[in-house]
Design a binder for this molecule. Structure first.
Ligand code: ADP
Ligand code: MG
Length: 314
C-alpha cells in the first residue's frame, strides 16, 4: 500500500473528512479551504503524542486516536472556541492495515463527538508519532484566556478530577470491569466544548487541566496576577475513582495527576447562577484572592500545601 492509497483509504474517505458548509475543499490538494464565520477569529492549537513518551508501543490504536484528538480538541474548549476542523500529521514505522483501520475508526468516533472535520495532514515513515492541529472559531474578544481572573471570583471545574491519573496503573494491564469507567477517562476524555462556549462572556479566566489541578491553577494565578485557593474538601471525586483507591489517594490524583481534560475557570456569583440555571454541572472548588501562587486548604482553612509562582518547584 503506497502513501496515497493509505491516505485515501483510511483518511480521505472517512465520514469526518467530507466537505460541508465549513470545509469547502478537503483532502487531496495542497491546502484545504475552510469558511470562517464572518467577523470571527481563528483559534489554533497543536498537540503531539510520541510513542514511548506519551503512550506505550502496544497501545490500542482505536483508543490512541481518540485520545490524541480529544487532547487537542480540549484546547479549543478551553478557549471557548467552536470546533471547525483538524489536521493529522502521522509518522508510522510501517503501513499496518489492521492498525490503521482501528486508528481511523477511533479518529472518526472522536471527530464526530467533537464535531471536527479532518481537513488534511501529512504521512511519513519513522517512529510512531501523532500530531494533531485543531482549528476553531470564536467571536472577537470572547476567547477565554488564562489571564483575567478577578479577586472574589469562584474557582470552578467542569467535572470530576483524578480519574485519568487513577486509571494510569491499569492502562497497560488487563483491567477488571470495575475500572472500565476510569479507563474511558484516560483513553477517551470528553473535551468540554459545549461548556467552553457557554463560558464565553461569563468566565473571567479559563484553561483545560492537563498538567494536574494545582500546576494548572498556577498558570492561571500567574497569568492573572492573583492567588488561587483550592479547598480540598470541595474536590469533585468520581464514584469510579473512590471505588479503586482511598480518599487521600483520590485527592492526590485530583490535585497532581493530570490528563483530566476538564475545564478550570473563574467567574463571579452572577455568572455561576446563570450557568447552574442552564443546567451545567459546575463544581466550585475554591476562590480567587489578592496575592500570588496557589494554596490548598483543609476544611478548617488550614494551609496544606502552597505552590509558589514556579509550578516546577512543586
Ligand atoms: P503535499 O506534498 O502537497 O504536502 P501530501 O502528498 O503530503 O501533500 O498529501 C496529499 C493530501 O493528503 C493533502 O491534502 C494532505 O493534506 C492529505 N493528507 C496527507 N496525510 C494525511 C493524513 N494523515 N490525514 C489526513 N490527510 C492527509
Ligand atoms: Mg503540496
Amino acid at each position: 500500500m503506497g502513501e496515497f492509497e493509505l491516505i485515501r483509504r483510511f483518511f480521505a474517505s472517512a465520514a469526518c473528512a467530507q466537505t460541508d458548509a465549513i470545509l469547502q475543499y478537503g483532502i487531496g490538494d495542497d491546502c484545504a479551504l475552510l469558511q470562517l464565520p464572518v467577523g470571527e477569529q481563528l483559534a489554533v492549537s497543536s498537540d503531539s503524542m510520541v510513542c514511548g513518551v506519551h503512550f506505550p508501543e502496544q497501545a490500542d490504536p482505536f483508543l490512541l486516536a481518540q485520545r490524541a484528538l480529544a487532547c487537542a480538541a480540549s484546547d479549543l474548549a478551553a478557549m471557548g472556541a467552536s470546533p471547525m476542523g483538524f489536521t493529522l500529521a502521522l509518522t508510522l514505522p510501517c503501513a499496518d492495515e489492521a492498525w490503521l483501520e482501528a486508528f481511523a475508526r477511533g479518529l472518526q468516533r472522536m471527530a464526530e463527538r467533537c464535531q471536527l472535520r479532518l481537513i488534511g495532514g501529512d504521512t511519513t515513515r519513522g517512529p510512531l508519532n501523532i500530531n494533531v492541529t485543531v482549528l476553531g472559531h470564536v467571536p472577537p474578544g470572547q476567547a477565554l484566556k488564562r489571564s483575567g481572573a478577578r479577586v472574589g471570583d469562584y474557582l470552578c471545574v467542569g467535572g470530576y478530577l483524578g480519574d485519568a491519573a487513577g486509571a494510569l496503573p491499569y492502562v497497560l494491564g488487563h483491567e477488571p470491569d470495575a475500572l472500565a469507567g476510569l479507563l474511558d477517562s484516560y483513553w477517551q476524555p470528553q473535551p468540554q466544548l459545549a461548556l467552553g462556549q457557554a463560558l464565553r462572556g461569563r468566565a473571567h479566566a479559563a484553561m483545560d487541566i492537563s498538567d494536574g489541578l494545582l500546576a494548572d491553577c498556577g498558570h492561571i494565578a500567574k497569568a492573572s496576577q492573583v492567588a488561587l485557593v483550592v479547598e480540598q474538601a470541595l474536590l469533585p471525586l468520581s464514584p469510579a475513582l473512590l471505588a479503586c483507591c482511598d480518599v487521600s489517594q483520590a485527592r492526590e490524583h485530583a490535585l497532581s495527576g493530570g490528563d483530566d481534560y476538564v475545564l478550570l475557570f473563574t467567574l463571579d456569583e452572577q455568572a455561576l447562577g446563570l450557568l447552574r440555571e442552564e443546567g451545567w454541572s459546575v463544581h466550585v472548588i475554591g476562590r480567587v484572592e489578592a496575592g500570588c501562587g496557589v494554596r490548598l486548604e483543609d476544611e478548617q482553612g488550614q494551609v496544606l500545601t502552597t505552590l509558589a509562582q514556579g509550578y516546577e518547584h512543586f
